[in-house]
Every structure is written in C-alpha cells, then in structure tokens.
Design a protein around this ligand. Structure first.
Ligand SMILES: [Ca+2]
Length: 512
C-alpha cells in the first residue's frame, strides 16, 4: 500500500471521539501555553528519576495541574516524535520515522496543531524548537508570528542546508570545552563570555514573555515555547554546573551483562550509540557528563520558571491552559548506551504536565499510561475546536478523573518496531518478530527480559492487540527534494518509490 493510501486507512481506524463534559467552572476560549523541552528524560524532581536533579519550576508547574507519571513519547527521536505530536498522527500512519523526513512536502493535506488553531480563531505564535530544528521542518505560514530558533554553537553549524540562517563563526578558544571530542554536538561546558540572557533558550523565553506581556488581541492565543535544552551540545552558564558538585554526582545504576538477554534487533538498538558511552566512560568523564546533563536540565527548568513568572504577571494565567512535554527521554549508560533512539523506559518515558483551569486539580497525578500524541485531541476538546480524525485521544476524562480505567500506549521507532506500555508491563516487538517483555513493577530498570517465558508470553499476548496492524512506508527523505529556504518551498527531484518490504529507516538516525 502506498503511503497516502495507508495514511487514510489508518486515520479511519484510530479515531477516538471527544469524551466527557467540561465542568461548569471551565473557562471559555482558553489560551494555550505550549511548552516543549528537548531530550529531557524523567530526571525531574516530581518524577523522581534522579535523586540530585534540580527542577523547582517544573515541579511547581506540576503543582498547578496534573502530572502524568507514566507518559510516553510517540517515537524516541526528535523529528518523528514532534511530527506525531504536532499532527496527532502516528509514525506508522504517516511514514515519518526519522529526522530526515519533512511533513509539508510529503503530507500537504495534514494540518498541524498551529494550523488547526489558526484556522479556528486562535492567534498562533511561537519561538524556538517546536518542530524538528533543521530547515524545512517548520513552515512559517503555520504561524501568525514565530521567532526562529538560533544556536549557541554557530561554529558547529557548518551544514548550511540544515541551518541556512546561521552564520558560521570560528571555533572559540578552548573548544571542545569538555576536553573530549565526540563530533558534532558531543561537547559540554560553559561558553566563554556568553551571558545567560544571550543563550538561545533565554531569548526564546524572552520573546514569549514579551508576547504574554503585550498580547491584547480580542481572540485567544496559542503560544508555543520550544526550549532546546537539554539537547546536545550541553552548553549552559557555569553557575548551572556549580549547582552540582562533581564529587557528589550519583551515577545511574547499571547491571553487568544487562544485554545478555536481548534478542538481535534489541541488541542492534543497544549498540547504536554504545560508542558514545564507551568513549565517555573510557575517558574517565562519565561523572562529568552526568553532571552536564543535570546542569542542562536545571538550565531548562530555570527558563520554564521565567516563562511561568511571565504568564502570572501577564494577567492571562486564569484563562490559559499550560501543556509541558519533552519529546523523548535519554540514556546515560543504561543498556550500555548513550542518547535516545531506543524503545526502553529510559527513552520512552517523558515529563508531561497539563494545567487546565477548570479541569485539573492543582497537584493531581495520574499513573495511567498516556502518550504525547494525545495532546492534539486533548487541546481540541479543552478549547472547543472542531474534532479531527487523528491517532490522538483526548485525555480530558483523565484530567477530570485521574483514576479512571485507561489502556496501554504505543511508542514506535523506525519501520515496524513497536513498544506497548501498560500500567505495569512493557511489550516490544521488532520488525521481524524479536520480542522483549518487562515487568516494570518488579524490574524498573528493565534488566530481565521475560520474552519466551510462560509469563512473558502471556503478557505479550495481552498487549499485542495494541500494536498497529499496518505500517506506512517510509516517506521520501530530504534527498528527494530541493528545498528553497528563502521561499520555504520544495521541488520533488524524482519519484521515490520505497520498497515496502524493506525497513528503510534502519539506517542510523542522525543526531541533529
Ligand atoms: Ca529531542
């Protein structure tokens, strides 16, 4: 089946209607403050992922609404996760499995979240990284206004096809600041002579704060604030490193021979970024790297704090829904690997908070398995927008009753690899049939693969029905188009016909 056909079939299969009646005190035409962070795993205070993490602002945001403690990404990589969140359509529906596949030229009929809000009476603004951050991923006509993402490391943005608006400068003295070179983006440290307010994320928040302060139009707004931290490279002001004394840093708990019970396809995923971990460990800088990630989370948290303060000072807070999410998690040695791009808890679990005046109780928590792809339908219902046929399910019933029955959720990585997370278990089935089963209650680190055991088979059988029955072909990647960044237009170079039997996304994903 060709991509467009499979796409239309799939959206018919997975349509969930809006459920629940808004409570009487709910606000009409609410604004939306949509906050995305990048590559932030569950090392957030309110999720208890690391004992030393410092996220007072994300924690206070959780205190304003509902924290989902069992939330997962639709795909564990920037591009496909964000494409799924922003379209409400799964990778297996669209065929966007990697960072190299644009939405617009491949799926021109699909309406992204800002387009949908704009078409339905909202003023739509944003800044920073909302869609994938390379050129061609964020058509400006989706927005009424948008501040384009900039980079703290312009010296490393030499690929002008991806960053045409970035002027490349010579490397600063002392680079790489970590003393360890792992290629593009693999560095950490403080950028010499760069004040905190001059970091890109600080400017993104400054733009959004000014928007909140000055917004006076007679229509509701949808404001998207996309923070790039803690995405690589891990550059933040020195004060954030100083918050975490190096000698005191606690490292993730790892199990020797953790990979011994993995089937071949899972092993391939573990090995995908094993070299980064090996390099860091062998250099004696593991503790430094863990500190750098904590420092970057703390920096992102501080920016979230500035944004929340700006909202509270703007007078819009009582009529504004806040959604906070990270596009996927991150490995720091677990499964002997680094980075994202895998289907274990470390990478699929994400911070996810919704604070909706009139719907959420302050400080409430839901342990039900939910997915970031559900944001689209949830906001649709909360804002009273027309329903769309999506793979997205409104979480409003959970916002109103956190303990109500729910169902398992899906994360997909590359063609045909799916992982189902229920409240207690994880079942992963790879293209070709390799399987993993984990009992997260007994085995929170996913050290014991139960696949093939009687119990494992039973769990797999129960969860298998949540795996999509069809997988859209990989969409053509960037190489199939000429992109003109000045006019934001694409020309298809050739007719690319992917082989549906071949898992084309099996190539290593690029990090950018
Ligand atoms: Ca990311």
């Amino acid at each position: 089946m060709r991509p467009f056909l499979s796409f239309y079939f799939a959206i018919c299969i997975f349509h969930f209607g809006a459920i629940g009646t808004p409570p009487a005190e709910s606000v009409s035409n609410p604004n939306v403050l949509f906050i995305a962070v990048d590559d932030m795993n569950d090392w957030v205070g309110c999720l208890d992922g690391h004992p030393q993490t410092q996220t007072p602002n994300i924690d206070r945001l959780a205190g304003r609404g509902m924290l989902f403690t069992n939330a997962h990404c639709p795909s564990p990589l920037c591009g496909p996760s964000r494409a799924a969140v922003m379209t409400g359509l799964r990778p297996s529906t669209t065929g966007i499995y990697g960072n190299q596949q644009w939405i617009r030229p491949n799926l021109p009929e699909v309406k992204t979240m800002p387009e949908h809000f704009k078409a339905n009476g909202y003023y739509v603004a944003g800044a920073g990284k909302i869609f994938h951050h390379t050129a061609g991923s964020n058509p400006p006509d989706q927005w009424n206004q948008f501040r384009r993402m900039t980079y703290d490391d312009p010296w490393d943005r030499e690929n002008s096809d991806n960053y045409p608006w970035t002027k490349v400068v010579p490397k600063p003295e002392g680079h790489p600041f970590s003393g360890l070179w792992m290629g593009h983006e693999g560095d950490w440290g403080a950028i010499p002579n760069l004040a905190e307010e001059d970091y890109s994320d600080a400017k993104t928040v400054g733009y959004c704060a000014e928007f909140l302060d000055t917004y006076k139009k007679d229509k509701p707004f949808f404001l998207a604030c996309g923070l790039f931290h803690p995405h690589l490279p891990w550059y933040v002001p020195q004060t954030y490193f100083e918050q975490f004394p190096l000698d005191s840093i606690e490292l993730p708990v790892l199990k020797e021979n953790d990979l011994d019970d993995l089937p071949p396809e899972a092993m391939k995923m573990a090995k995908a970024f094993a070299a980064y971990y090996a390099t860091i460990k062998d250099s004696g800088k593991y503790r430094e790297a863990v500190r750098a990630y904590l420092a970057n989370i703390a920096f992102a948290d501080a920016q979230v704090g500035r944004l929340l303060d700006a909202l509270d000072e703007s007078g819009h807070a009582e009529n504004t829904i806040i959604v906070f999410w990270s596009d996927h998690g991150w490995h720091l040695g677990e499964k002997q690997r680094w980075l994202k791009a895998a289907l274990w808890e470390r990478t699929t679990r994400v911070p996810f908070i919704i604070a909706a005046p009139g719907f959420t109780k302050p400080g409430s928590t839901s342990i039900r398995p939910v997915n970031l792809i559900d944001i689209y339908a949830t906001l649709n219902e909360l804002c009273g927008l027309p329903e769309k046929s999506l793979d997205s399910e409104s979480l409003v019933p959970l916002l109103l009753d956190s303990g109500r029955e729910w169902h398992p959720t899906l994360t997909t990585f590359k063609y045909g690899n799916h992982s189902i997370r229920s409240e207690r278990f994880r079942y992963t089935r790879y293209y070709g049939g390799d399987e993993e089963v984990y009992d997260l209650q007994r085995d929170p680190n996913e050290w014991s693969n139960l696949a093939g055991t009687e119990r494992g088979n039973q769990i797999a059988a129960e969860l298998a029905s949540f795996i999509p029955t069809s997988n859209a072909d990989d969409l053509p990647s960037k190489g199939a188009f000429d992109f003109d960044p000045d006019f934001y237009s694409w020309t298809r170079k050739t007719s690319v016909e992917p082989d549906p039997l071949k898992p084309q996304s099996a190539a290593s994903p690029v990090l950018q």
